[in-house]
Structure formats: structure tokens, C-alpha cells
Ligand binder design. Structure first.
Ligand code: NDP
Length: 258
């Protein structure tokens, strides 16, 4: 067991979560990652991450499931014995993009469970553990980062449940930032725009066109590494007087323009 700080990153084996994992490994943290795929499917990714010098563990867990969240934290506790950083990154788009007038309750329930309920209660559980650690070691400092989305404020009528989940997560960030400040736990949101990952593969051509038509100030896709760098900045403690801060990584998409 190394003496490094430990980060738990949900959905940390691909896309934005993997880029955050790489960035935090470079910052010198050990990594606990989770996802829904079985461990055998992520072996190569873990081997690659270990070349950065970190201890890396993977736990299969669905953040939408109460029992999985509890088991995940128990597994991190028995493997590492400590936790300094939680990155609530795991998230899903609606399985089917459907108009508000057509979309189903099933899709709403699933998207809200993964994107909002999961992070909300994983934060509750992780925070309780971080508070215990702080009681034993007054120097312990926790950081919790929610990966939100510009969909918290920019509407898409073909995926209302996603927008609602990310708007809820934005409020959750502020709630937890206020509640946990007295325990030295910093809570932030990193809010990406349009990032090149598996999630955006089905809409790549649509966004290529929108980007070329001026959707963002910067006419290009964002890269997962750019979200990783934002998370690393927060974990390094560079913004200690900014509880609840929303760090935009959106190429200027949300700047209102005439
Ligand atoms: P990907 O689809 O590329 O990766 C999603 C990750 O989340 C995967 O590792 C997946 O696990 C994991 N995951 C999904 N569902 C669950 C679950 N129920 N329990 C645990 N893990 C789960 O997505 P991105 O990297 O693009 O997105 C990451 C986050 O960034 C999401 O919260 C998303 O909403 C947000 N975001 C993305 C944007 C984009 O343009 N790509 C823009 C704004 C926000 P596994 O690997 O096992 O399948």
C-alpha cells in the first residue's frame, strides 16, 4: 500500500473519466475506478494507467444501485484504507433520443438514477468517510467533483431527462459544497460542452455541422484531456476559496452572443 492520496473516479476507464484518471495519476494520486463493464474488459486500460506510477484498482459497480454504491465504497476502503477525492463522472445519455412529448418514464428514471441519484448518494457516503478521516487526521482534505454538462442550462427537447439530471446535479454540487465546507471538503462542478467520446459518437456529424456554423466560440470539439486538466487543477487545490464553483470546459458555447 502506497502513502499517496486516493481518488475514486466513477466511469474512469474511458472517455472523460479515463482522461481524469490519467491527469490525477500524473498528479501523483492512486486510483480506484468503477464502471459497469466486467474487470476483464478493462485490463489493458488499467495496465496502461499503471505505467504512470499509480496503484490502480477497478471495481464493477452500477452507481444507480444502492447495494453497488455501498459495496464500491467498502471495496475501496479495504483496498486503499483512505479516500481524498471523489469524481462523479459516470453518466449516460438517454438510450433513445425522444421528443419531450414522446419520451418514456423508464428512460427518465434510468437517466436520473445514473446521472443524479447515483452521484448524490455516493457523495453522501464518501463524505461520511472523509469526515471520519478528518476526525483522525486534521490535515485530511477532501475534494468532490461532479462532472455536469452545459445541458444544465442549455435545453435539448430531444433529451429532456438528461437536461433535468444535469440541472439537478448542478444544485447537488451547491448543496454539498455548503454542507461539507466545515469539514474541509471542497465540492465543485466541472461542466463540459461538446467533447469527443463514445457518448457523442451517435451525434458526431450533427455536432460537426453545428460547430462549423458557430455553435461555440472555438470552432472545434473539446477533448477529454481538457476536462482532465480542469479536474487536476481542482484536486491540486488551486481554487481553495471557490466552494461550489462551476468550471466551464465548453469552448465558449454558453457565452450568449448576438
Ligand atoms: P462515455 O459514454 O464515453 O463513458 C461513460 C462512462 O460512465 C463509462 O466508463 C461507463 O462505464 C460509465 N458508466 C455509465 N453508466 C454507469 C453506471 N450506471 N455505473 C457506473 N458507471 C457507469 O461518456 P463520456 O466520457 O462522454 O461522459 C462522462 C461524463 O461527462 C458523463 O457524466 C456525461 O454526462 C458528461 N458529459 C459528457 C459530454 C460529452 O460531450 N461527451 C459533455 C458534457 C458532459 P463502462 O466503461 O463500464 O461502460
Amino acid at each position: 500500500m502506497s502513502g499517496k492520496q486516493v481518488a475514486l473516479i466513477t466511469g474512469g476507464t474511458r472517455g472523460i473519466g479515463l482522461a481524469i484518471a490519467e491527469a490525477l495519476a500524473r498528479e501523483g494520486l492512486d486510483l480506484a475506478l468503477c464502471g459497469v463493464r466486467p474487470a476483464e474488459a478493462v485490463g489493458e486500460v488499467l495496465t496502461q494507467l499503471r505505467t504512470l506510477g499509480s496503484e490502480v484498482a477497478y471495481f464493477q459497480a452500477d452507481v444507480a444501485q444502492t447495494a453497488d454504491r455501498l459495496r464500491l465504497l467498502e471495496e475501496v476502503r479495504s483496498r486503499f484504507g483512505r479516500l481524498h477525492v471523489l469524481v462523479n463522472n459516470a453518466g449516460i445519455a438517454p438510450p433513445v433520443r425522444a421528443d419531450l412529448l414522446e419520451a418514456t418514464e423508464e428512460s427518465f428514471d434510468r437517466v436520473l438514477a445514473v446521472n443524479l441519484k447515483g452521484p448524490y448518494f455516493l457523495t453522501q457516503q464518501a463524505a461520511r468517510w472523509m469526515i471520519q478521516q478528518r476526525q483522525q487526521d486534521p490535515d485530511h482534505q477532501g475534494t468532490i467533483i461532479n462532472i455536469g454538462s452545459i445541458s444544465a442550462t442549455v435545453i435539448s427537447t430531444s433529451r429532456g431527462e438528461y437536461c433535468v439530471s444535469k440541472a439537478g446535479l448542478a444544485m447537488a454540487t451547491q448543496l454539498w459544497a455548503v454542507r461539507l465546507a466545515e469539514f474541509g471538503i471542497r465540492v465543485y462542478e466541472v461542466r463540459p460542452g461538446i467533447i469527443q467520446t463514445d457518448m457523442t459518437v451517435p451525434v458526431r456529424e450533427k455536432y460537426d455541422r453545428l460547430l462549423s456554423e458557430g455553435l461555440c466560440v472555438q470552432a472545434r470539439w473539446g477533448m477529454p484531456e481538457e476536462v482532465g486538466r480542469a479536474a487536476a487543477m481542482l484536486v491540486r487545490g488551486e481554487l481553495p476559496y471557490s466552494p461550489g464553483l462551476v468550471v466551464l470546459v465548453d469552448g465558449g458555447l454558453t457565452i450568449p452572443r448576438l
